[in-house]
Design a protein around this ligand. Structure first.
Ligand code: SF4
Length: 307
């Protein structure tokens, strides 16, 4: 049995040990603007340069309220978070409050040297998406010519400045079968292989026109029961950035506690937890079966395969 399998089984079996995760607030997504300079085919927030930011949420208040509830990890996302000219101010607020992990999820097309310096100063982690080593394919996904060169330039800048970076390769029809080439390209640039993930398009926002919505448990990644919460640009709160159909309420200044303890959120987290546990058990059974099969099949050295 692999280590990962053991961890998954332990996680499922721990029961009450999951209480703090199921009921707490440990990670916050802040969608600080709906606007973006790109218009990606799969964008879950349907962002584009045409979407205006009404600036109706006081993000400093969200940070304070969440911190009071025990949250220490925050990700600024959008739209494109660098579109919000107050991003550095929010980052500074989060640092002063005592958040320990701060990440900016950006398309890296707008990273000036000054902004990168601020990221380094505040020890920010960067996350970005990448679609293809072919500029034509990448630009076809983002809908904006020249975005490949800008994102690659941003990746270079972040790497040069030794800012922690992780990259998500999102697979869809336009860049199908290109994952291995993406990984080769990114590692060739110096991105740590362990920081490159691969994901599929979620049936949310414009992604809904690319993939069909199945059960909600399959729309999300299965980790959102672990004390996570998303606050959108209009104050709407969701259990996760992808679970748009589960609107928990609107942030009004200091009500994250009510949202966190709502029956709706508890129900959602429990459902996702049970689904993840069932998937982990099925995977564990498959792993175990494969290991037993390997043991009883004996060694497969070239000699043993000779007739
Ligand atoms: S996926 Fe990200 S980069 Fe692309 S349009 Fe949406 S917010 Fe912008």
């Amino acid at each position: 049995m692999t280590n990962g399998t053991r961890v998954r089984i332990r996680e499922r079996a721990s029961g009450p040990g999951n209480e703090p995760l199921l009921n707490g607030l440990h990670f916050l997504w802040l969608e600080i603007t709906p606007g973006c300079n790109l218009r990606c085919q799969h964008c879950y927030t349907e962002s584009s340069p045409l979407v205006k930011d009404p600036k109706i949420v006081d993000w400093a208040k969200v940070l304070v309220d969440a911190y009071r509830l025990g949250c220490r990890d925050v990700q600024f996302i959008g739209g494109e978070p660098t579109y919000n000219t107050s991003l550095v101010q929010y980052i500074s607020t989060a640092r002063k409050l005592g958040y320990t992990f701060i990440e900016v999820f950006t398309n890296l097309t707008l990273i000036s040297e000054a902004l990168a310096n601020q990221f380094r100063k505040h020890e920010i982690n960067i996350a970005t998406s990448f679609y293809s080593p072919s500029k034509e394919v990448h630009d076809a996904v983002t809908g904006v010519k020249g975005s490949f060169d800008r994102t690659v330039g941003g990746i270079r800048r972040v790497l040069d400045m030794k800012i922690p970076l992780r990259v998500g390769i999102i697979s869809m029809g336009t860049n199908q079968n290109g994952t291995r080439d993406c990984i080769e390209f990114l590692t060739g640039m110096g991105v740590d292989r362990n920081k490159i993930g691969v994901d599929h398009t979620r049936p949310v926002g414009r992604g809904g026109s690319l993939v069909k919505l199945e059960r909600v448990e399959e729309t999300v990644c299965g980790q959102c029961w672990k004390g996570k919460l998303a606050v959108s640009w209009d104050g709407a709160c969701y259990p996760c950035i992808f679970s748009r159909e589960v609107m928990l309420g609107r942030f009004t200044g200091s009500n994250l506690g009510e949202i966190l303890h709502s029956a709706q959120l508890k129900q959602f987290r429990k459902k996702i937890f049970d689904h993840s546990a069932a998937v982990a058990s099925a995977t564990a059974a498959q792993d175990l079966f494969a290991e037993l099969l390997a043991i009883f099949s004996g060694p497969t050295t070239p000699n043993s395969m000779q007739a």
